[in-house]
Design a protein around this ligand. Structure first.
Ligand code: AMP
Length: 222
């Protein structure tokens, strides 16, 4: 397969982060998650992290001036030359247009925009039950993917916590923001013939297989 420049779309809780990890390993390209970059900056208490914090905790989007510059810098790094899996960006049409300009400058075109489709009940259940390891970032779910010992990471023994933005009231806000701001991005890519839609329900590896098959199918048709 040619270089893989992929954008992952879908509501929070659709499994973008998990699937992006699998796809990055499969295609040998970096997984670039704007949410993870913000969280890392917050943990390191950088000015960027402190700026992003109040938006993240309120379930709002960090302003485009901050986010777009951050992604542009990340895409310039050498490992992104072979391609990338973008997870959590673009989140609105202005970001999608900015991404097009960045890629045009380096003569790259997106391979596809992959939409992980999930209904509101599924993502509410996935997000409010999600727990992450404070030390290594591994993700669990109290019901669908519990750790061997409650509250303790299987990988590193670190404590499992709930992300502040996974509390039910913030989740509801994030889903509203998705509908208002990110849904138009789905149409943006559909109009450009780049949209590939895959249902997000089911087991993790089953969804990965579905995505790879859909991308392969698209490549054969092209
Ligand atoms: P995520 O892990 O992708 O759900 O992102 C967590 C939070 O980081 C979001 O709720 C936003 O506050 C912020 N964030 C992540 N990506 C973006 C983006 N592309 N634009 C603006 N804010 C973002």
């Amino acid at each position: 397969m040619e270089a893989m420049e992929l954008v992952l779309l879908g509501p929070p809780g659709a499994g973008k982060g998990t699937q992006a990890d699998h796809l990055a390993a499969h295609f040998g390209v970096p997984h670039i998650s704007t949410g993870a970059i913000f969280r890392q900056n917050l943990a390191d208490r950088t000015p960027l992290g402190l700026e992003a914090r109040r938006y993240m905790e309120a379930g709002q989007l960090v302003p485009d001036e901050v986010t777009i510059g951050m992604v542009a810098a990340r895409l310039q790094e050498p490992d992104a030359r072979a391609g990338f899996i973008l997870d959590g960006f673009p989140r609105n049409v202005a970001q999608a247009e900015a991404l097009d300009r960045m890629l045009a400058r380096s003569g790259v075109g997106l391979t596809a925009a992959l939409l992980l489709e999930a209904d509101r009940d599924l993502v509410m259940a996935r997000l409010t039950g999600r727990r992450v390891c404070e030390r290594c970032g591994a993700t669990y779910h109290v019901e669908y993917h519990p750790p061997k010992v409650a509250g303790v990471c299987d990988v590193c023994g670190g404590p499992l916590v709930q992300r502040p933005d996974d509390r039910p009231e913030t989740v509801a806000r994030r889903l509203d923001v998705y509908e208002q701001e990110t849904r138009p991005v789905v149409d943006y890519y559909r109009r450009r013939g780049l949209l590939v839609t895959v249902p997000a329900e089911g087991a993790e590896n089953e969804v990965t297989r579905r995505i790879i098959a859909a991308l392969h199918h698209r490549e054969l048709e092209a």
